[in-house]
Write a protein that binds this ligand. Sequence first.
Ligand SMILES: [Zn+2]
Ligand SMILES: [Zn+2]
Ligand SMILES: [Zn+2]
Length: 286
Amino acid sequence: MKLQYLGTAAAEGTPALFCRCDFCRYARRAGGREIRTRSGAMLDDRIKIDFGPDSYKHELDFGLDYSAVHSVLITHAHEDHLDVDDIAHRRPTSAHFPEGEPPMIVYGNGTVGEKLARIHSPWLAFRQVKPFQPVDVEGYTVTPLEAVHCVRREEPTRWPVTFEGETYGRWEEALFYLIEKDGKSLLYAHDTDEFTPADMDFLAGRRIDLISLDCTNGRLDLTYVGHMGATENRRMRDRLLASGAADGHTVFVANHFSHNGLLPYDELQALLPGFLVSYDGMTVEV
Ligand SMILES: [Zn+2]
Ligand SMILES: [Zn+2]
Ligand SMILES: [Zn+2]
């Protein structure tokens, strides 16, 4: 399995769109790995994960061909992960295909489906997925897991998740994905806090080959619920190793960074022993 990280930032990018903070000014000067576009990845050059507003730039920069992509896994409908206007260009007049072209199937939660419902194209289809219910995607077994993201306390019964002993409702059923094929496995877990007991139970003993964790907060220890930083990533790595979800061969990656918690690449790497720190264009093969 080959995972290519196309964009490795949170919603505002780094340098952030309108930001003059010290890190963004440094990133503009330094360039290279300090420039991070909005989140997304490509699996084995054929399955797109998330389709945010920098997806078109990724296609050009990395020599990809989205016209050949027929499966897209969307984690949730936040605008940095789902750009509906750009996906809508897979329609007659914006795109041209030979007769009989199959649709590109977008997999996601019900909120993603609602957002895509306004697009009418023979070349686009939506399939709703549910946590812990595996689906076959081009021969890959894809299992959505429940993300601790989009949380709110007001309606604790709506898509509830348990986090640190407390139950939270969510305004959207955010997901992350376990992907398995030919004895190899990959966990793409972004825009989530530390995992729920149900996720941990599901993953226990699987000895996953590649685990990619949300590190939005970077060096910062923040207490809000919905993302992780370096401290939580290190703790999650220990928990996953202890449960047998991972073992000594597992490649851990920290990914999806906000400018607020970033450090220069090498300093961030030093903060995350046992992890690869992602950068735009990084490819990991397991
Ligand atoms: Zn995000
Ligand atoms: Zn900034
Ligand atoms: Zn999000």
